[in-house]
Design a protein around this ligand. Sequence first.
Ligand code: GLU
Length: 479
Amino acid sequence: METVTRFAPSPTGYIHIGNVRSAIYPFLLAKKNDGKFILRIEDTDRARYVDGATELIEDTLEWLGLKWDEGPIIGGNHGPYFQSERKDIYLKWAQKLIDSGRAYADPTSPEQIDKYRKQCSEDKTPFLYRHYRPSDTPVWKPGLPLRFKSEPTIYKWHDEVMGDMEAGPEVQDDIILIKKDGFPTYNFAHIVDDAEMGVTHVMRGVEYLSSTPNYLAIYEALGLTRPKLVSLPHILAPTGNKKLGKRDGAKSVTEYRDDGVLAEAMLNYLACLGWNDGTEKEIYTLEELIKSFSLDRIQNSGARYDETKLLWLNGQWIRKIVDERGVEALYLRTRTFWPESASTYEDNYRIKVLSIIYDRLKTLSDLSTMTTYFFEDPRIDLDYLAKNKYLKNLSESELEQLLKTSIAKLQRIEEWSEDNLQNALNELLQETSSKPAVLFSLIRISVSFAPFSPALPLTLAVLGKNTSLARLNSVASFI
Ligand code: GLU
């Protein structure tokens, strides 16, 4: 049987790290088994619906390279892929349950239900609607909620991640199938859709585990074979024992993208958050993930979110791209991340800058702060210079003398290349009997006024002779 998985997000605006992992695993499983990955938009909760959220979901998946085989934009044989456009389908299935006496119109007013609820909380017993099921119910018509008529029993089932499960009647109820507004509930709609779309593996957050007995009852009442159930454990906040939430500093996936995290790194990080292939391997391409993925290595306890690890992986990926595909390949991803002043420079110059700085980048947005001095003269700040730990013991005249000797030496270099610069700097060390840390810090700070820069000969070579000497001269004259 062909493996069919799906990602079924609700368009509520913010794409959380955990939501995206719920897309990655089904994608990997489908691709591993040459199956199909469906994108379905669960937009029946109109109160939580956010305009533009669907596009955000599509964008995010496309960015990560998680191409769906059926779904919005591309269509497929099981559309529509928006639940709000599938009302007729849900009604057809609801009718089956009405006909077999397993669904009924609920005439109870919300106020009455509230009273039952209050009573239960006073009596300290859990509220179950089925205890108040009216003996006489009207014929169902739109405008009335339609409820499932449960026949509570003991359910046993196997969850591919959580193992063998069992639950009794206390968690089974007459859940609402169709709401007053005519839209189906998630509880009903996803069962119908998964069945209609031929989904073989329902992979979703573990928060749905407790409702599973209710779902099993509906599968049974509809005569459906249950799909394999795969509960994905929570992603935990960096500290404490709670689910990762917006407040824990985790940005949305697109915010990470806009901050210069590479799609490859994000995918790699999230796939390995709660799954491993049993080896020590840490860097995976999408193809490698597909090859190694298996359900039985998804861990069944929460995985802790660790942004430092994500950024570390991003650094690894930045280097991997340059090593394997060249600095130009990385350059193509950097367009929006340069400082403003870089816009007047040619691609070639920016590629040179990138080629000497890329191995220090954690995210691409570091470019905007780490490379400004390649594109504009830094503000001369003698205090900053004098406070440097290697320079603070030198007097102003010593600093000035050292700079002037350096300028004279560098001036004489004819071909301003990294090698020639390296040689000149070595000779300068001997001629001035300075320590490398002192001499090189002085020159480095004078041309950059930045906390760090690539190796000095590289930095000077890229800046060029005119710019380097002009900056050194300005500092000398300031002193
Ligand atoms: N629409 C549900 C959500 O966004 C999806 C759960 C599922 O995958 O079935 O949480």
